[in-house]
Design a protein around this ligand. Structure first.
Ligand code: F0G
Length: 356
């Protein structure tokens, strides 16, 4: 049985007392080949998606949270706090519940996908909405954690990055090496930092010979790294990455530069088109922010970036069910309507509507 990332990778994650490990058996998410998507984008590419939506709280955050909460418990902490665009708070709430400690979460009012809010609430965390954005929420929780005995579990906490490295380990274990390219969305910039650290860890351990190019994508309305300055009022349909001043800005730039990769941006229209394309051509449902990775590959391919082909892994950071509102809003489908058609329960009428 899969034992969760801490126990599966003991050479990289050591605990003196095994009872301190707080796990929901996260990790071991499928690396799914995406041949139909590749055929549409560029047949020279071998595409895979790392479907992180299949973690216990349905996002990649569980990998970092098992480490962050376990280390908090190891240190004797009785409470954790985070700012979040939704997924970090869902994971913090769940792992705190599992550990029997308290969680406080601070979120931007009205900018959290419904499923994520439901998670923070059902797991019993204290949820505070601020009339402000993620960046302001992060400033507040940093201050609170500095002056109170509450552990900060945003990715400023190095254990978060430490745990998130495990996704890179898994990809290399499955492929027998690193892919040529690794694409992922960039918000607070912790995950691109973590993947790069993970690939480098594996190379240093002699488990792989080559490293991938890290290619990260921000949303056009929330692209501080691409534009080279803080964005005061970030806006994007991809609320998970609606961030104007990422905490891991510098390490993300280092990952980009050391790997010979890039960080670019994609528009909301490009994100939503990729979101629908993935769902309809491969049967894989991710949340809008996750689709920034696919949108980015499509954009760079049009510019000739993948002329030589190669293996591309796209991280799908969160499950599509996190954000049902956006899915329904954009799903016109074959019937060209965002609502199911209502009809009397009569065979002729149903056949007529179905167009059969
Ligand atoms: N995709 C999803 C679904 C996310 O929730 C996030 C970040 C990212 C991508 C970007 O990852 O921040 O490491 O660059 N969500 C954070 C949160 C900010 O609060 O849940 P990143």
């Amino acid at each position: 049985m899969w034992k969760g990332v801490i126990r599966e990778y003991p050479e990289f994650y050591q605990f003196k007392n095994p009872d301190h490990v707080v796990t929901l058996l996260e990790g071991n998410t499928p690396l799914i080949p995406a041949p139909r998507l590749a055929a549409k984008i560029n047949p020279k590419l071998t595409m895979y998606v790392k479907y992180e939506g299949l973690n216990p709280t349905s996002s990649f955050k569980d990998r970092g949270m098992t480490l962050a909460v376990s280390r908090a418990v190891e240190a004797g902490s009785r409470a954790v706090i985070c700012a979040s665009t939704g997924n970090t708070s869902a994971a913090a709430a769940a792992y705190a519940a599992r550990a029997g400690i308290k969680a406080f979460v601070v979120i931007p009012e009205g900018k959290i996908a419904l499923g994520k809010l439901a998670q923070a609430m059902i797991h019993g965390s204290v949820v505070i909405q601020i009339k402000g954005n993620f960046d302001e929420a992060l400033k507040l929780v940093r201050k609170i954690s500095e002056s109170h005995p509450i552990t900060l579990v945003n990715s400023l906490n190095p254990h978060r990055i430490d745990g998130q490295r495990s996704a890179a380990f898994e990809i290399c274990d499955v492929l027998g090496g690193a892919p040529e390219y690794h694409a992922l969305p960039v918000g607070n910039a912790g995950n691109i930092t973590a993947y790069w650290a993970g690939y480098k860890t594996y190379k240093d351990a002699g488990k792989i010979n080559a490293l991938p190019k890290m290619i990260g994508f921000q949303a056009e309305g929330a692209a501080p790294i691409v534009r080279g300055h803080v964005i005061e009022n970030p806006e994007t349909v991809a609320t998970a990455i609606r961030i104007g001043n990422p905490a891991s800005w510098k390490p993300a730039e280092a990952a980009r530069d050391e790997s010979g990769g890039l960080i670019d941006m994609v528009s909301d229209d490009e994100i939503l088109a990729a979101y629908q394309m993935l769902a309809s051509t491969e049967g894989i449902f991710c949340e809008p922010a996750s689709a920034a990775s696919i949108a980015g590959v499509i954009k760079k391919n049009k510019q000739g970036y993948f002329e030589k082909g190669g293996r591309v892994v796209c991280t799908l950071t969160g499950h599509g069910l996190k954000d049902p509102d956006t899915a329904i809003k954009v799903s016109t489908g074959p019937m060209a309507t965002c609502e199911p058609v209502t009809c009397e329960p009569e065979l002729e009428k149903v056949l007529n509507v179905l167009g059969i």
